[in-house]
Write a protein that binds this ligand. Structure first.
Ligand code: SIN
Length: 304
């Protein structure tokens, strides 16, 4: 039997396959396809302090080997999450992790404090990397001093496993990773979307209402792999890796680069079964390569 279990800051996952925030709803929506308990974890949709309607439509565009989104953190706020969503997902037999977003440090702290009280949520993913909002989001995740400040403020009130999701829209990803490590992060999620745009030549107009949006999907995989590898070498924190993972081979590549856990994102929009198939594909890879424990592969990329 292959051992697929991994550990991040004392939190165990039955396998390294999880789903990325904003691509898998609250997990509930996928129950007709498979039992979420087959996954290592689910990173649920972003939660903010108050209701957000999100950006105007159109806010999605297909691009070569990728997808642009500018959803704008649409959600019904922390009260609604605690009252309506949490009771439905709290007994999933998998790690349920909440993506915490905000426009100000106070908002991040407020949401983190509320989630800290929810017994069956063992971890949050602090989202300082959303490229689609005017206030907060990526603004915190592209300036090292601000990244440290917001992480440290949340660290004071959040007592469980604190992951921080970073933006690739920076000159030095290791500088940002070190900044959130200094703020007290337990793990780093890499990468959120790359800022991009699409143009409708016939109408001579941008496709998205917000003009720019976040690029995800296979188009960004080489950038994501490079950043996971750089951060793995530079910072002594576990990494949750994502960016264009479509199959088990992609997942293994991220693990070899240094990710302990991986997230499947855009692929969920194409095939709702993809994440559970990736678990099976990783098992198959381990058998073929005689790997007893998945942890043997974390950062095992050979560059000599
Ligand atoms: C969005 O809601 O605009 C996307 C979320 C993100 O990129 O963090």
């Amino acid at each position: 039997m292959s051992d697929l279990s991994v550990n991040i800051a004392g939190l165990t996952f039955k396998n390294p396959v999880t789903t990325a925030s904003g691509t898998f709803g609250y997990g509930e929506e996928f129950r007709e396809f498979f039992d979420p308990g087959e996954l290592g974890g689910i990173f649920v949709k972003a939660v903010t302090g108050k209701n957000r309607d999100g950006n105007a439509y159109p806010r999605m565009a297909e691009t070569p080997s990728g997808m642009l989104n500018s959803v704008g953190l649409q959600n019904k706020g922390i009260d609604h999450f605690c009252r309506e969503i949490y009771p439905k997902i709290k007994d999933f037999d998998t790690r349920v992790i909440v993506n915490v977003s905000g426009s100000t440090i106070e908002e991040y702290v407020e949401v983190a404090e509320r989630i800290n009280e929810l017994e069956n949520i063992p971890s949050i993913e602090l989202n300082i990397s959303c490229p689609n909002v005017k206030l907060g989001g990526m603004a915190f995740g592209t300036v090292p001093a601000m990244a440290t400040e917001v992480t440290a403020a949340v660290r004071k009130v959040y007592k469980k496993v604190l992951m921080v999701k970073l933006s690739p829209n920076v000159t030095s990803i290791t500088e940002l990773a070190k900044a959130v490590a200094d703020g007290g992060a337990d793990a780093i999620t890499l990468i959120n979307t790359l800022l991009g745009m699409a143009i409708d030549a016939e109408r001579r107009r941008p496709v998205l209402s917000t003009i720019t949006g976040g690029l995800s999907g296979p188009a960004i995989k080489p950038v994501a792999l490079r950043m996971v590898w750089q951060v793995h070498k530079a910072v002594n924190l576990p990494i949750v890796g994502l960016g264009g993972i479509m199959n088990a081979t992609d997942a293994i590549e991220f693990i070899l680069a240094g990710a302990s856990v991986i997230q499947v994102g855009t692929a969920n929009f194409i095939d709702p079964m993809v994440s559970v198939n990736i678990v099976r594909g990783i098992e198959d890879y381990m058998k073929r390569h005689n790997v007893g424990a998945i942890t043997e592969l974390v950062g095992a990329l050979r560059t000599d």
